[in-house]
Design a protein around this ligand. Structure first.
Ligand code: DLL
Length: 435
């Protein structure tokens, strides 16, 4: 099924009119249904009628990741749970997850956004798409899945992990497209080369996202898998994958502006920046029913490309995000906050370890690694050091990290006072990866 590209190629003045109508309706609905939004509007002395269109957007209050934590789990939903068909979640700055919900219409809209991309890069009902993003609370797997179903493709919902099985499956099931994180795609490429099975692949394209990646990585992946590699962006709070997607030209990701309004702001002052500037991406989700958001601060640093795209789509493009203005790390596609690690250490630590720690992230053989050095206490580190106690502690920390972060970490108990102290902010994270 090839999509009607009318909305994707809508003249910009019509798009703006549509956004304005949708924004006014959204503000009225959220004022009525979401207590936090109503409180913030009241604090600013604003009523829904004061917002006449997108030109009034910057009068509206921002929303933040912290709001999702404070109103955990359902406090920001604009629909009663009986209308919510699905829940997804991702890690928040502390142990508490952030929770998002979707009505059936939201899931349809999400599938539509992804379907636009899939058709745009030449996929259709004859394609077999291996979705190697995680299925579960993470939005990657199910998000891509609904788009594939919409275009009538055949989906292989293999989820993430088990590299040998991934490779065997893509060969045996004749997958023509692969969806996963770019770092996993690099690893798959390397394994495929090692096994010498590249000529057995039927892959044409890959759709990669959920973490930053460079043009160099794109080239490497394209060569090792013999495909065209495309970028997809999104975040759970705003929807999941597909908020923005590359088209066949692969020169920036079109933000589906009939569903999302994008702004670039100065992360320090909150002021909207002039066209073309680099700053923090802020999204308003215009059409989501269960969990709409107004002016959500993504913390992703990025710039927009307002030039017309050769594909004819009129929706604005975003360049690759170049970093984040907070300390969130993305390790093997999983969001990790240093504060989660600290909390986990504090929960395990008795008198045997100290809260001095350092997080080292690296990329070895194209896979992200996470090592955590934790200082032993003087008590544990004595002449008759209790090796069994050290082993037991290391194991307890490994287990705790896995259950808290959802990924494995190597723990190294190091001697007292060996982690450098700082007079200012502690340098807790050393990220040696090159994006
Ligand atoms: O990562 C959703 C997703 C799944 C996107 C699959 C693409 C493909 P979260 O776990 O909530 O959601 O993480 C969102 O990941 O704020 C960015 O910092 C980062 N991110 C996502 N896509 C890209 C990308 C999913 N293409 C956070 N390039 C976002 C760079 C990305 N960073």
């Amino acid at each position: 099924m090839i999509r009607d590209r009318k909305i994707e190629c809508m003249p910009r003045d019509e798009l703006k009119k549509l956004q304005s109508e949708r924004l006014c309706a959204l503000v009225a609905r959220m004022y009525d249904k979401v207590e936090l939004f109503r409180m913030r509007m009241d604090e600013l002395g604003l009523k829904p009628g004061d917002i006449k269109g997108v030109e009034d957007l910057d009068k509206l209050p921002f929303s933040y990741k912290k709001d999702l934590r404070d109103y955990y789990p359902y406090g920001l939903f604009a629909e009663p749970l009986e209308n919510v068909s699905r829940i997804h979640a991702s890690s928040g700055t502390t142990g508490k997850r952030i929770v998002v919900g979707y009505t059936q219409n939201d899931i349809d809209m999400w599938g539509e956004c992804i379907a636009r991309m899939l058709n745009g890069i030449g996929l259709g009902k004859d394609d077999i798409v291996q979705v190697s993003f995680g299925y579960g609370l993470f939005t990657g797997g199910f998000g891509l899945h609904s788009g594939c179903e919409k275009i009538g493709a055949t989906v292989i919902p293999i989820s993430s992990g088990n590299t040998a099985l991934q490779i065997q499956t893509m060969i045996d099931f004749k997958a023509t497209a692969l969806c996963c994180t770019p770092s996993y795609a690099m690893y798959l490429g390397e394994e495929i080369e090692r096994l010498g099975v590249k000529d057995q692949l039927k892959l044409k394209v890959g759709i990669f996202g959920a973490e930053p990646w460079t043009e160099d990585m794109r080239k490497k992946i394209e060569e090792s898998l013999n495909i065209r590699a495309y970028d997809i962006y999104g975040l759970s709070e705003v929807m999941g994958p597909g908020v923005a997607c590359e088209c066949e030209y692969g020169q920036g990701m079109h933000i589906w502006e009939d569903n999302f309004i994008v702004e670039i702001i100065d992360p320090d002052t909150g002021k909207v920046l002039p066209e073309g500037s680099k700053g923090e991406l802020v999204f308003t989700a215009l059409t989501k029913e269960a969990f709409p958001l107004i002016r959500y601060r993504t913390r992703d640093i990025c710039s927009l490309n307002t030039k017309p795209c050769p594909c004819g789509r009129t929706h604005i493009r975003m360049n690759k995000p170049s970093g984040r203005s907070d300390d969130m790390l993305i390790i093997r596609g999983v969001n990790v906050f240093p504060s989660q690690i600290e909390e986990a250490i504090l929960q395990v630590s008795g008198s045997e370890i100290t809260p001095n720690y350092q997080i080292i992230v690296d990329r070895v053989n194209n896979t992200d690694t996470l090592d955590i050095n934790v200082e032993m206490s003087e008590k544990l580190f004595s002449d008759d050091i209790d090796v069994k106690a050290v082993d037991r502690l290391e194991k307890a920390l490994v287990d705790k990290m896995r259950s808290t972060l959802g990924i494995g970490a190597k723990i190294h108990l190091v001697n007292p006072k060996t982690i450098a102290r700082s007079e200012g902010k502690a340098k807790r994270v050393i990220d040696n990866r090159k994006f």
